[in-house]
Design a protein around this ligand. Structure first.
Ligand code: GNR
Ligand code: NI
Length: 171
């Protein structure tokens, strides 16, 4: 099977609102396996299904460092149940916006409910980079990118740069 490729802005599919997964079946698990291949190859610490062109509410993450054992996480139909008033700022990047990094402020801690890869309901409390990554990925499920949290000036500048690059690649 052809390897799935990561969509890059200004690809319009990145702005879709992804659909909830109805049943965690073999097809869903196969998509998840393909997503892990793409994320580890990139490499990245998180990936939403829409980044490989599948508009389904599936997120994967692995925050393990290079020398650590893998810590694959799967969040299906994730929902933020609670977010702290306290904020934290992290320098974020996105595989759909290669080589662009900016600091984004988000709630420092979140409580998230989701289905795991066996379709079982789970809840997690995330803080630190984990909290930032979960929020970045859930944003993708709603067609939101981390640049949407920056000033309009910065956002327009980066979109323009990638739009020009896409046009050149088209020639
Ligand atoms: O690999 C990624 N690193 C990252 C760093 C800080 C905040 C969020 C992220 S997620 C990103 C991969 C990605 O684009 N996921 O959607
Ligand atoms: Ni991203």
């Amino acid at each position: 099977m052809a390897r799935r490729e990561i969509l890059i802005i200004p690809d319009k599919r990145l702005r879709l609102v992804s659909e909830p997964v109805k049943t965690v079946d073999a097809e869903v698990r196969r998509l998840i396996e393909e997503m892990f291949e793409v994320m580890y190859e990139a490499p990245g610490i998180g990936l939403a299904a829409i980044q490989v062109g599948a508009p389904k509410r599936i997120v994967i993450m692995d925050l393990a460092k290079k020398d650590e054992e893998k810590q694959p996480q799967v969040l299906i139909n994730p929902a933020i149940l609670w977010a702290s008033e306290e904020k934290a700022a992290y320098e974020e990047g996105c595989l759909s916006i290669p080589e662009y990094y900016e600091e984004v402020e988000r709630p420092a801690r979140v409580k998230v409910r989701y289905l795991d890869r066996d379709g079982k309901e789970q809840e997690i409390d995330a803080s630190g980079l984990h909290a930032t990554c979960v929020q970045h990925e859930i944003d993708h499920l709603n067609g939101v990118l981390f640049i949407d949290h920056l000033s309009k000036l910065k956002r327009d500048r980066v979109i323009k740069k990638f739009t020009k690059a896409a046009k050149r690649a088209d020639d």
